[in-house]
Design a protein around this ligand. Sequence first.
Ligand SMILES: [Mn+2]
Length: 382
Amino acid sequence: MPRFIHMADLHLGAPFSFLGENKQKIRRKDLESAFTRAVDFALDPDNRIDGVWIAGDLFDMIDPPDDTVYRVKSEIERLNRGNIDVLLAPGTHDPSIYPESVYKKHKFKGLTILNDYNIGEPLHWRYGDRDFFFYGFEYHPIHSNPPFGKFQKTDSPGVHVAIIHGSLMLSNQWDIADAHVPLYPEDLGKTGMDYIALGHYHNFMEKNIGGSLVVYPGTLEGRKFSESGERFLVVVEFDHNNIRIEKIPWNRRIFQQVEINIDMEPVENETDIIKLIQEFSARGEDLLLRVKLTGVSEFIINSDFIRRIVSNKFFHFEIEDDTDILDSMALESIASEKTVRGLFIRNILGKLMDADEREEKVLKKALKLAMVKLQGGENLEI
Ligand SMILES: [Mn+2]
């Protein structure tokens, strides 16, 4: 039974600018190693892989650093020597239409790029006793026109697969630019494809649309907190009656977001919060953790202090203080003080009365920052 790896959005060469210099390098290596491990998997005879499909954003940029390019070249050559076909549709991050594009500047031996617009004439390859037809295109401001889902499979008997980097439109209200290739389910449903290999959305998604199996594999390693949780290597197997998707956990490190509602926990000070955060430190060196504090706080939380204490327990740590102190008894009591901080708070509270949503956010933040600085300010009488 023909088996393929369907990947997308590897974003090799991504800068990871929110991390420090050292961690940026490690994380870039994580991404490269996820790709190398996928190639190893494809070459392992036990896995019986016939081909690798990459639905765009293999690279994070049009013209990635040389070391990244050479690494990818050698991995694709490795697949080529192992008789594994590699098919790629360029993505929004690595389009091939510009002169400085990595796909124009370099030749990748063993890589077949689906970027023409003559999608009525698919590529025809045979795997075992089955005929496969591959369709794909890349966004081009002149040659590709919306609606992008209106291509059709040919009448040839066999398996018909489309590889596209695009946006599956699950809600018609979204206003998505043509460059992001909006794909409407009602159009995709009419294409008659057996499998539509998508890239662009970074989390796994699988949908049956009008008889076509439409899949986003997601990233192999998360790039940001919107890619939290497990990542998968997706293997697609075609037996004569159906298509089977196998999801193999693949990520080396993991993004995780947690909310700590301090109303629900016995929290009286920063140390109590630190204890709660340290419960996540078992897998700390592999964890990129974002903690969001919510609830009504009876004290001003010094999140910088918490960050300083716990951040070395994790690969990366972020804390967001979204607690509400406006309703706290502590604030009420300070606001009635005849002190500098009492005056300051009364001032902010006054401004909050007729603040719009954006001002309110800024004022609340100012209130918290000032309270941290003015802690112990009871003696600054006015
Ligand atoms: Mn992407």
